[in-house]
Design a protein around this ligand. Structure first.
Ligand code: G7M
Length: 313
């Protein structure tokens, strides 16, 4: 094989990680367990590839049971090891076949300090953000974030990445958006559906930026996004929780579409605001509703925003 050119196989884990072609984590060293949630069967690890100074955040999620292939689980597939029996009650340890024992693996590499802080377990704090705090503290903070933080968004919008995952596009520069499966969804089970609509226009950072001129955009995302999900996955609008985050992690306007049966992370009060409520409040109480409101939400204490807002709260 040639030593140069795009077809060269990467030699190290770090190179493969950058190309998205990792086959295993054999030269990955765990430095810290950032978070461990046994209930959600989730662990976040901070690590390094051997010989590298930069760090990676590795998120491992055990997948829920797949109801569509139960026969391969409870048939001969599950190898049983007896634990105990007491009257009518018995217990075994079961070793599932490979298709039932996979984990989803999300890797952020190279990870920034912001990523590490985001996933490290930390005290949760409530903030009451007034419009004045938004103007004087949050807006300058948003403006200080390096544009590189939105590179993945622009890669999607410019069709450099995730092209084969595109579910729907409305290419209108003002009203248009692109709909993809969210990074968090592996598209295996429709009752865990999680899609993300990203708007084409680049001048709307978040909920606070909305006014009456954006109503048509919001209704367009809701109506065409729901229709596209119905067409592709057969999930009707009545089974979808459609919401925005405030504050978002990425300050380029986007909308989450999640199956109503799925209590996904980030759907809780203090983070998610239903798109219908966003629209309805603007229609009923004025286009500047989200600019005039005090917004109450939760942040991790390691979050840069908490460092700025904590003192003012
Ligand atoms: O909290 P916020 O509203 O900013 O949520 C951003 C959403 O973008 C989350 O649900 C992420 O899982 C999702 N997301 C983040 N990244 C880096 C990607 C990505 O590269 N591709 C896709 N499709 N979704 C992403």
């Amino acid at each position: 094989m040639a030593e140069t050119g795009v077809d060269v196989l990467p030699k190290t884990g770090a190179e493969a990680a950058k190309q998205g072609t990792l086959a295993s984590f054999k030269d990955f060293v765990v430095v810290e367990v950032l978070n461990d949630d046994p209930q959600a069967k989730f662990i976040a690890l901070l690590g390094r590839f051997e010989g590298r100074d930069d760090v990676a955040v590795l998120l491992l999620n055990r997948k829920p049971f797949n109801k569509d292939s139960l026969s391969s689980l409870v048939g001969e597939g599950l190898q049983l090891q007896h634990d105990f029996v007491n009257d009518i009650y018995s217990k075994y340890v079961g070793r599932p076949p490979p298709e039932h024992s996979t984990v989803t693996v999300d890797l952020i590499y190279p990870a920034t300090e912001k990523h590490v802080k985001k996933y490290r377990q930390q005290r949760r704090c409530m903030v009451k953000e007034t419009p004045e705090m938004y103007e004087s503290i949050v807006l300058p903070y948003i403006q200080s974030i390096p544009p590189a933080a939105l590179q993945w968004v622009y890669n999607v919008l410019e069709k450099k990445k995730e092209v084969e995952r595109l579910i729907f596009e409305d290419s209108d520069p003002q009203l248009g958006f692109m709909l993809h499966p969210d990074l968090k969804w592996d598209q295996q089970q429709v009752d865990q559906l999680y899609c993300l609509a990203i708007v084409h226009r680049r001048d709307v950072a978040c909920l606070r930026a909305l006014d009456l001129t954006h109503l048509e955009l919001l209704e367009n995302i809701r109506d065409k996004g729901c229709q596209a999900i119905q067409d592709k996955y057969g999930v009707p609008a009545t089974s979808l929780r459609v919401f925005v985050h405030y504050p978002p992690s990425y300050w380029h306007f986007h909308v989450h579409f999640v199956h109503a049966a799925f209590a996904a992370p980030g759907t809780a009060a203090g983070k998610a605001i239903l798109l219908d409520d966003v629209i309805d409040n603007m229609k009923n109480f004025g286009g500047d509703y989200w600019r005039k409101r005090t917004l109450t939400y939760q942040l991790g204490e390691a979050d840069d925003m908490w460092k700025l807002l904590g003192a003012a709260t």
